[in-house]
Design a protein around this ligand. Structure first.
Ligand code: ADE
Length: 226
């Protein structure tokens, strides 16, 4: 899978996209992530990417031309399945959307900034608008990292232990059961007996029960489908 991220602050993206699982997924060829600096698509000396809004409100607005040039260049090189804009007024991101995106071949993520972007970009170039939650970030870069991270880790083969991606929280609308490691007792705090029993049927039953009870208690909306 290929992800092209368009931003005015490329520095914000380098570390989150180049460590740990994302680094390995790129090294093993499961994912390609490219970051494009929007200023490289400007045509003035000051590399201007924003301008004052028509109508005289406060704040700056991302200009249409550099975004258009960048997206058109990428589109002339390959087909894209989705051109995403990160914005607090998009659809709320969740595991279902991550799964859907992980099946795609090429996606673009345009990071929003300033007060907004010229609305014509959203009307004519963007195919999906995504919010990572009901709060406002300084820009869409962190949202783009969240999307890239959550998508790349579930590309088949991207993490060595594939089963662990499939048993993630939310994959079956349930929270994950608790996990423990050695020592079996620390400070008088014991690991649940069943996990030490070696009885895998019993362990699986316990894990399912825990997943259900934790979800019912902490996130009943996942079970009710609200
Ligand atoms: N840009 C600013 N806030 C955002 C949010 N909550 N989700 C996605 N992009 C954003």
């Amino acid at each position: 899978m290929r992800i092209d991220i368009i931003t005015v602050v490329p520095e914000l993206l380098s570390s989150p996209l180049n460590e740990s699982i994302l680094k390995r997924a790129q090294e093993s060829g499961h994912a390609e992530i490219y970051v494009h600096n929007l200023r490289d698509y400007t045509d003035d000396k000051r590399r201007t990417v924003d301008d004052y809004p028509f109508g005289g409100e406060a704040g700056m607005v991302m200009k249409i031309e550099p975004v258009f040039r960048c997206i058109e260049k990428l589109k002339s090189e390959r087909d894209y399945d989705e051109i995403i804009f990160t914005s607090p007024d998009g659809i709320t991101y969740n595991q279902h959307e991550a799964n859907r995106l992980s099946l795609m071949k090429n996606i673009i993520i345009l990071c929003g900034h300033y007060k907004g972007i010229d609305y014509r970009i959203r009307e004519h170039l963007i195919t999906r608008e995504i919010s990572i939650g009901d709060y406002v970030l300084t820009g869409g870069e962190l949202a783009a990292c969240v999307i890239a991270d959550s998508v790349v880790r579930i590309i088949p083969g991207a993490i060595g232990d594939e089963a662990s991606a499939l048993t993630d929280c939310f994959q079956d609308n349930l929270l994950a059961p608790p996990v423990y490691t050695r020592p079996a007792e620390f400070n008088g705090w014991k690991v649940p007996e069943v996990l030490l029993s070696g009885n895998f049927a019993e362990i699986e039953k316990w894990q399912e029960e825990q997943a259900w009870s934790r979800t019912k208690e902490l996130r009943p909306d996942l079970i009710d489908g609200k």
